[in-house]
Design a protein around this ligand. Structure first.
Ligand code: SF4
Length: 245
């Protein structure tokens, strides 16, 4: 089966997923109580599919959709402040065709990049429960199987970093204890284990993990993360994929 078809089938399953009753109820509550500025919006209000270039060499891993952002527009990071930062940087480094995306129906496209998240439904206060993260993990693991050209993986923020490491270990990557920080680069050792908890072949093209602070308003408005700091991450990403092909 072609990668595009397999990804589409996975995304169709994600969009129908109702494994987490608390989150399903929360999404309904958000749609029923829209803030005034979005009162004319017909909220997506479901689990969010990942999106991007099926042949991508760069995989960005977000934490969770924003209740008034992706959960409203129907596409990850679309229509929220974190997305403005992320899409601006992706465009500046040739990984997206537009510097921002405010709605699902625009012509925004990723090039050589794919965006996913550790959890696909917006959680209350941006805090998923551990069992909700585990419910969602198989979708991420399946994407790691399907996205066969990924060379660099970039979790956004510490929680996505921790969850990404856990998923990579489940896929058989041998990863020692790593400390989070902004702008760190780690080599990923080729998987050696023949059997994986969730089945499937681990992605042997994946060689590098790069860390970054999350472009959340909390970080960008306090100066913890500046544009030059964030763009430095994308210079590192480009260097990795250009040096190693
Ligand atoms: S968070 Fe993931 S597992 Fe839970 S309902 Fe949403 S898509 Fe399903």
């Amino acid at each position: 089966m072609k990668i595009e078809t397999a990804l589409k089938e996975l995304q169709d399953i994600v969009v129908r997923c109702r494994k987490c009753p608390r989150l399903v109820a929360y999404l309904q509550e958000v749609s029923d109580h829209k803030p005034r500025r979005y009162r004319d919006w017909d909220y997506w209000g479901k689990s969010l599919p990942s999106f991007g270039d099926p042949g991508a060499r760069v995989l960005i891993v977000g934490l969770a959709p924003a209740a008034q952002g992706g959960n409203r527009t129907g596409r990850m990071f679309t229509g929220d402040r974190s997305g403005e930062w992320l899409f601006n940087a992706l465009h500046a480094f040739g990984l997206a065709n537009q510097p921002n995306s405010l709605q699902r129906e625009d012509d925004f496209k990723l090039n050589d990049c794919y965006i996913t998240a550790t959890i696909r439904c917006a959680p209350p206060k941006n805090k998923p429960l551990p069992e909700e993260t585990e419910n969602c993990r198989p979708y991420f693991l399946k994407e790691l199987d399907l996205l066969k050209n990924i060379k660099v993986i970039v979790p956004l923020g510490q929680i996505a970093f921790i969850q990404t490491l856990k998923s990579l270990r489940l896929k058989g990557f041998v990863i020692p204890s790593l400390a989070f920080g902004h702008g760190k680069i780690f080599s990923l050792r080729t998987p050696r284990l023949p059997k994986y908890l969730y089945g499937g072949q681990a992605n042997s093209s994946l060689r590098t993990l790069i860390t970054t602070y999350h472009p959340s308003q909390q970080n960008t408005q306090t100066g913890k993360l500046t544009r030059p700091m964030f763009h430095r991450i994308f210079k590192m990403i480009k260097k990795e994929i250009e040096d190693k092909g």
